[in-house]
Each structure stands twice: as C-alpha cells, then as structure tokens.
Design a protein around this ligand. Sequence first.
Ligand SMILES: [Zn+2]
Length: 264
Amino acid sequence: MMLTDLADVLRAAGLEVIEEPGWKTRGHGQMIDVLGVTCHHTGGLKDLSTIVNGRDLGLPTELKGPLAHLFLARDGVYHVVAAGLCWHAGESRSATMTNSHRIGIEAEAKGVPGTIGDWPKVQMDAYARGCAALAKRYRFGVVQVLGHKETCAPLGRKTDPDFDMTAFRHAVAGVDLSPPPKEPDVALTDSDVAKVARAVWTDDPPLVAQQTGGALHELDLRSASTEKRLGPIEAQLASNGAQLSTLAGKVDQILALLAPPATP
Ligand SMILES: [Zn+2]
C-alpha cells in the first residue's frame, strides 16, 4: 500500500504541511500495512534533502532515500517525503517494528542532550499532534508510537529520539483532535438596533463614531460596559414616561439617520 493520504491526515489535524514533489510515488516499494509510527531525530539540521534522497557515495544501498515518510522541521512544519516503503528502521527487535509496517518520522534536531534550541515547543507539539492523527487514521494504539531507540536491535544501537518516550506517549494520548468550536455568529436583531440607538442618545462619542462609521455589525452588544450603560438608562426610562416619549422620538430620528437615503 502507498500512504497517499499522509498530507491530508496531518492537515486535517490542524498541522502545517509541505508536500515534497513526487512524494505520492516515492518509496522502496509498497508498505505492507501500518502498525505504528517510529520517531527519529535527524541528528543534524536542515537535512530534509538527505531524508528525501538518502546519503550518497560509497555508503550501503540501504541508505538511499527516502529515509522517512515525514520530515518534521523545527518550526513545526511537516514535509511529506514519501508514501511508500522508507528505510528508517534498520535491524529491529521484532517484525512489527520494521520498515514495512511503520511510518517513519524524522524530526530535525541535533539530538544532543543540552543543545540550546533543540526541540522547540512548536516542534514537539506538532510531533505529538502528528502521531495522534496518524494513530487515529491507521487505527493503532498510542503504545505503538515508538522511538527508534525502542525498536532497534540490539537495544542501544540507536539513541533517537533523545527525549523521554513515555512522557511523549502521554502527550500524544492527550492531544485533542476534535475540531475547534466555531465562533457563534452575532446577528443583530431589531431590539439590538433599538438598544444601540438608545446608547447613542447618551452622546457617547465612541459609540456614535462606531455607528456612523458603518461598523454597527461589529459592535459587541454583549460587552459588559454596554450592558452597564444600558441598565441605568432603562431604569430612567421606566420611571419617567414623559422622558420616554421624548426619547422614543429621538430614537426614531437616529434610526432614520442610520437608514439608507430614500431614493427620490
Ligand atoms: Zn532513527
């Protein structure tokens, strides 16, 4: 199988994605299935082209690219490199941990503990979110989010990634993939308009400026200050009938001023 939906899966999780040209057909053949993800660090910086093309000249063919499906830059952007088989795992502790069964993510990091600037938060957040999205899509448990240092044989052959994988899996498990709530539309009702007109009557220059500037729809009628201002006015209206009728006349005038000019 070719994992041609990788870019879509990550984007749907709210991640920034760059599709490297040709990724949908790139690979050393097909994947058998996806049983999990293997996390790596590159051990260097700006080595996207190495992940795409591999290491050349005099090295074993196993190091030809692609070396991972995904390259996670330190700015948190995923580069999608390949949809097919990638050579990232090497000798592994079990068959389920080999290249044919695992999505490889190479994250841009020096991977030397104590390196200043290694693993910025935006990158770690994207790492966890990406793994969570892949786990959901390919239906594997968070326990199958493994570090190369956990899958390699013999153990100790690899040290990447150089962060605590148990804590990382907790972070992956805690990722909320549900879409963010939509902001409610604030539609103005006739009663809202009347309230604004009454506020204008108080000769509040900012409010008047907002209205005459045509920004009526942006006015937040539910702001605490507006509500506070309306309270005393409404109390005053209730207690004084004469003033109420004068006010109503003014409101009519204001509403007329706000209305579009009548065509002759
Ligand atoms: Zn590795």
